[in-house]
Design a protein around this ligand. Structure first.
Ligand SMILES: Cc1cc2nc3c(=O)[nH]c(=O)nc-3n(C[C@H](O)[C@H](O)[C@H](O)COP(=O)(O)O)c2cc1C
Length: 208
């Protein structure tokens, strides 16, 4: 346990080993071993991530699993140079996108009030729809990273890539808009950058 608050473990409702695996010892991996990540594990990651809360339960995040060597090679061409090697090395890569037409799923995610879809219908609502979709998909991306940790793997989230190019290659003819790429797997050689400082409680919080 590497938390700076003494006696933090007294506040936890989960055991210290679980808190370490999800938070304190969990790191962003920058290299990966070639140990495969199974389809069952990918499903488990989604099953966990989908349970996190979103506005009206709207769940706008979509996942494009990039698994084959050919698809990872294609994706690497759209990554910033410093992100290419790790994307090629990771056994599984998730392109996270938001569905710009997420409101079409109202009957699924809000069946008792599906008529609320009308609030988001039409071209004139596209901007509002996009901002609600993007915000909530980013929330879900946080749950997704924690889900990767919960199945005992490491995530390497990246924003450094050509999103329009990724959409052209992987999302043509759909309303998915890529916003994050996440490498997934077991860490390889020298996987960590130095741990960077976190803001303390007094800086980041206010009590009224
Ligand atoms: C939204 C997002 C975008 C990121 N983009 C990149 C990136 O393009 N390249 C990279 O090497 N790391 C990227 N990172 C990794 C962060 O720098 C890293 O998660 C952070 O410094 C914490 O590292 P730690 O988990 O090892 O403490 C990104 C992380 C997030 C959450």
């Amino acid at each position: 346990m590497t938390a700076t608050l003494p006696d933090l473990d007294q506040e936890l409702a989960i055991d210290a080993a679980t808190a370490d695996a999800l938070f304190f010892e969990a790191r962003t991996a920058n290299t990966f071993s070639d140990e495969p990540v199974s389809e069952e594990t990918a499903r488990a990651i989604y099953e966990l991530a989908k349970m996190g809360p979103t506005m009206m339960n709207n769940q706008p995040m979509r996942v494009t699993w990039v698994r084959s060597a050919a698809a990872r090679e294609q994706l690497a061409h759209r990554m910033a140079e410093g992100n290419r090697a790790k994307t090629l090395a990771a056994p599984l890569v998730a392109v996270l996108s938001f569905d710009a037409d997420w409101h079409e799923q109202f009957p699924v995610f809000l069946p008792h009030a599906a008529e609320r879809q009308e609030m988001f219908d039409g071209e004139e609502k596209a901007g509002m729809r996009e901002s609600v979709g993007k915000d909530n998909a980013h929330l879900q991306a946080g749950y997704f990273i924690m889900a990767v940790r919960a199945v005992g793997l490491h995530a390497g989230p990246m924003g450094g890539f050509d999103a329009a190019g990724v959409d052209e290659d992987f999302h043509a003819g759909t309303s998915r808009k890529a916003f994050m790429v996440v490498n997934i797997g077991k860490p390889g050689e020298n996987p960590w950058y130095p741990r960077l400082p976190r803001l303390d409680y007094a800086t980041a919080t206010t009590t009224l």
